[in-house]
Design a protein. Sequence first.
Length: 352
Amino acid sequence: MDRRVVALIPAHNEENFIAGTLSGVKTQTVPADRIIVVADNCTDGTAGIARENGAEVFETTGNKHKKAGALNQVLSVLLHELDDDSLILIQDGDTVLNPEFIETAIRNLKPGIGGVCARYNCAPGGGLIGLFQRNEFARARQRTIRKKGATPILVGIAVVFPHSILREIVTAREAGKLPGRPEVYNVDSITEDYELSLAVKHLGYQLISPDGCDPVTDVMLTVRALWHQRIRWYRGALDDLRRYGWSKVTRSYILKQAGWVASMLMTPLFLSYLIMLFSTTGYHIHWSLPWASINLIFVAERVISLRKEGIVSVLVSASLIPEIIFEAFLSIVYFRAAIKHLRGSAAQWVAT
């Protein structure tokens, strides 16, 4: 537990959140040795509040590449200052770490592990939209638990990297083994955490999201914000997979995308099938009880996976229709993102 830890917090106009974020870092059971707020093109009091709360402040210069560009600027300095045994925590400016986060991450950084990331735990609020997102992420946590912490993506809300891994990424990009310029983050990607996950996996390392890495982050509060967030997530993932191409690493990611498309098409295809049956059988359909009862298993799984989220989450899930509508919305967003990807239109980062 004696490895040096440097915490980096990229922040763009986060004056309403940065004090709480810094409090979360400073109250860790294993404290960070340095806390650096990366103030990126801030026009508010983020930098001043960070200094008042005891953090170092690194102000970016001429950055046009959002979070990835801001982090590249500070990492270009740190990677030459730190030794290979150091650890680098990178977390969002609106995320509050749970007290055991760093301790848990260090305990799980065993040989062969390229990074340890947070699991999504969302703050309350946001009405029904917020509830849908909390249910969605709760199910994702359950899938990660069943895989003993293995995760395909190092989610950017909070990640701990060995310093040596980040240096290896820069070297691999410089040698042409990974796409992008010789920097940690590929600024051509609009989903920098997804692209970096692919980079770490291509270098032969595993990614984990263990129990005990459970900070709290915000949900999207409006349909518009959620739309733009997911357009970026889905479009960015498709762009990054095209950038890397088919390989033993990307194979599972690409097949998962294909599986998502198939599942998204299932509901409209089923409804079309029912309409066809109604129109050809005189509006009389004979239901098979054994096959219909399979739906009970589907409903039970959805409900049981949310048993720790509270009665409201359970009831909304059990009623099916609200979440089916939410998932239909996500399907529309996905196909919109896929169209943008296939057309090759300029990828845009819309602040959410």
